[in-house]
Structures are given as structure tokens and as C-alpha cells.
Design a protein around this ligand. Sequence first.
Ligand code: BGC
Length: 558
Amino acid sequence: MTTGTTTAPSGDSADGTDEWWRDAVIYQIYIRSFADGDGDGVGDIAGIRSRLPYLAALGVDAIWVNPWYPSPMADGGYDVADYRGVEPVFGDLDQAQALVNEAAALGLRVVLDIVPNHTSAAHAWFEEALAAGPGSAQRARYLFRPGRGPGGELPPNDWRSVFGGAAWTRVTEADGSPGEWYLHLFDDGQPDLDWTGADVREEFRSVLRFWFDRGIDGFRIDVAHGLAKDMALPDLGADEEGLLRAPDRSAHPHWDRDEVFEIYRGWRAVADGYDPPRMFCAEAWVSSPERLAAYVRSGLLHTAFNFAFVRAPWVPARLREVIDTSLRTHAAVGAATTWVLSNHDVSRHVSRYGRVDQAVTDGRTATGAVDVELGRRRARAAALLMLALPGGAYVYQGDELGLEEVENLPDEARQDPVWVRSGGRERGRDGNRVPLPWAQRGASYGFGDGAAWLPQPPHWAGLSVEAQEADRGSMLWLYRDALRLRRDLWGAAAGQLSWLDLGPDVVAFVRGPGVACIVNLGAAPSPLPPGEVVLASAPVEDESLPPDSAVWLRTGRR
Ligand code: BGC
């Protein structure tokens, strides 16, 4: 029955190394929407602290917190005004330290989000650059250029913002005259830094040390593939590439250029200077698995998000292929693979998998009718698939509750710059950022004391933590069971994965001695091989696996 073997390097810290990240499950906290400790409608550090016992009981190894730094919130905090502080709406440095300490006491590691491609326009460096004027050292930290055309009234090139519109904005100089243009691959409140400068490089190494000294275990690197630009700033030509569209060209002028690796070599040296060493995870939207693997070569970053897995539709051959390719390309460079189903930039996977047309499930561009119950059923199976695979995994807050994308938010509630900059053509990402329901009652279902910053659908009362705790068959209990069993069942097998051939509709594999993960993506029940069902995403009867469900099976074959 075994049809092939793919291996990944062993990542277990049981081997005495500190490489905990090789098989860790990391829970992503979108801080504005996780838990509101002070009743202002926005999540905060106090809220996270109050829910740490929940996360420890869930069974994750670490939390990754989206940016909590001072910010005008032009892009939900990805516009950082001060990399060494905490946004007052979220708390302060003392609270951040208390969170790190309390998490450590519960056995949870803390990963932060560093945003090196751009600062906020409210960052002191950018304000100094505006004041200092053309040709100054202060402007050289960013990408200021004169415009084209007789009066410089045209942008320096044709690059587009990922969020829509031109990637350049013209400034008014101190004397009131129309002046230079600055580059922003995202919102105009997010000016891109020029990473060829020594002070930019030293500043970020210093920021890393600032947080590592406070006990932070690692960083997720925002737009890790964007820092280096072709400094000739050539036109792109007609180009529809956005953040989620992998650049399909060998030398793109602003995505995934080889010059970024030298930056990360320096960062790795900083992380390795700590005991235990700190870790990095790259957010890199790149064109191929081989290019992704380049970020996690020896001496560079530890891990990278596996967006190919996010993009794979609920189609057996596609999933098998993504799994195989991910394991093979990572093993080739000695790195651990990661797996992720949802995050704060893509449509929640309950809705993606629930789309009637699986051909259009590509991240946030997904469109078409959604069968949420189908999506939820598949999401249960997908959780068992992901948590059985070799490597680390990311759980986005609310995945464990089976939350769907909220696609009918009122327009006036939307805050994503994607919505604003596209002139309402793209709904943007607010629908995956709706605050979590913790309780069945209350103004924001236990998120906080008052109304939440985005409205929650009333039926989420039934998906609240409180409701799901009372239901042993809930998604929450499935995650708890899977996370409790995961290390015992799959941990010992390290990176081994051998495919089982149970027919074209079934994705099935064994790892190590006698445990199989079997997922039926077909429309008909699929007979199970002999064995003991340890965990199932749906009731299993007559030794057959229902459609859109998964089991972990002890096969007894050793
Ligand atoms: C983050 C996004 C953010 C963008 C700009 C990303 O890829 O995950 O949420 O809008 O970078 O910082």
C-alpha cells in the first residue's frame, strides 16, 4: 500500500537541541481582534494575558502576535511609528513584559512581528526626511526620487501599490512647492525603506536585540521578500502582480531579489548570539517552492510560511503535490516545513473550502457562493491533515472555533486600506479579522465589555468558546484532542512520511510506526484499512470514512 516516501529533517527538541520551532504549533494572535481587556472595543495585551490559560489548555507551543507597536493604524499596525514601543491602545512595555513572563510560566513561547520593508509615515525617520529635503541623508533612508515629466508631475516609475493605485506619492517641500516622490509598495502611510543604507541595517539589528533582550523567542518577518529593490527602479510594464500573486519572473525589480539574503544572514547572527537562539519565520510570497527554500538555507532564516498550502484547493492531487514538493524542497536545504491554513491576509479556510467552485480559492481573491457547513466539515478534516504533517504549523485565531470569513460586513465598518485604495472594488481583509466570540452573550460575545470594532455575526454566539467547550463534538475539542495527541502519535516519527494509495480521492500517509492519517476528499465513503481510530473529524461507521473527513488511525503495522 505504501507508494513513496518523503522525508524532512527531524525537528524534535527531544534530541537535545533548541530547535523547538521545527515542529511547533504556533497560534497567531491578531491583537486587535483577540480579546479586549479594557472595554474600548479593541483587543489588547491585557486581553491576551487573560486568555493565556485558554491557549495553554488548547495545547499550542507558542503565540505569534501581529504588530503591537505605536501606529496610526493605516494598515492595522503594519505601519510602525516606533519599533521599540507598544501602541497605547494595546498596552505598554511593562504589560508586554508581563505577557512574556506569564506565557513562559505556562510553557508558551512568544513570537513578534517585525516590519522591515517600510515604516509608518509617522515614524521619526520619515518626518525627519520630509523636513530635511532632497539630497539629505535623512531622505536616503527611504526611496525618494524626482518625478518624471517636465515639472516632475509624473511618478518616477510605473510600480503599483499592493493595495491599489500608484506606489508613489508626491510630497510638498518645506517651501510649499510640489517636491519629490516616495515609494510605498503598500499604503501611502507606509514608506519603503532603502535597505542599501548601513544605518537602516544597523537600526533593525538593534530593534531585534531590543526585543530579544526582553525574552521574545523569535520574529515573523513581514514582507521578507520585499526589502531589496533594483536601484535603477525600472518600469515593470503591464503588471498585475500583487502581494498574493507570486512574481512569475526571474528578476523582479522589487520582489524576491537575492540581495535580501545578506540582510538575513546578519539577522541570523544576532539571533544565534542568544541562549537559547532566537528564531525567524519569513512571510515571503515567491514564485516557486525552490525560491521559498532559498530563504531557509543554512545560516539564513529558520522557517517560512507555506503559502502554497494555503493556496491549494480541496483537491487530492493538488494537496499531495504541495505536501511532497514542500517536504522535498525544504529537506534539500535541511529546513523544517511549516503548514498554515489561514491568516489575517487571506479568506478564512472554512469559506475557501466551502466555495462551490474550488478553482477560485486563491487567498483573498476567492469569489463565488459558499456552503459554510461544507467548509466547516472540510476544515475539520484539514486540521487533522495539517497537524499530522512533518514540521511546524500555524493556527490563526478562530480556526479552532471554525469561524468563517464574514463576507457581509457593512461598508462603513471596513478599515482595510485594500478596501479604501481599491475604491471599494476589493472587499479587503476585514472579514477574517472580526473579533473572536468568547461567550454566548454580551455586547461582543465576551470579546470585551462593549461593542467590538467590527461587528460579529449573531450566530457566532453558537461558535463561541463557551458554547464549544460545552460540546464535546465541537471544532474546539477537535483541536484540543489533536494538539494533545499530536506529539505522542506523530512526534516520534520525525520527518518520515510514506504515502498510502487508497484511491484517487483519498490523501493518506503513514509516519513512523503504525499511525496513519487518512483524508477522504471524495463524494462517496471510503473504506478504512484495519486499525483503531484514534481521532476522527466526523463519526466513522462501518469502517468507512465519510466524504470530506479525516482520521488518525493506529494501524498496528510496525
Ligand atoms: C502583512 C499584511 C500587511 C502587509 C504590509 C503583510 O504581508 O501580513 O497584513 O498589510 O504586509 O505590511
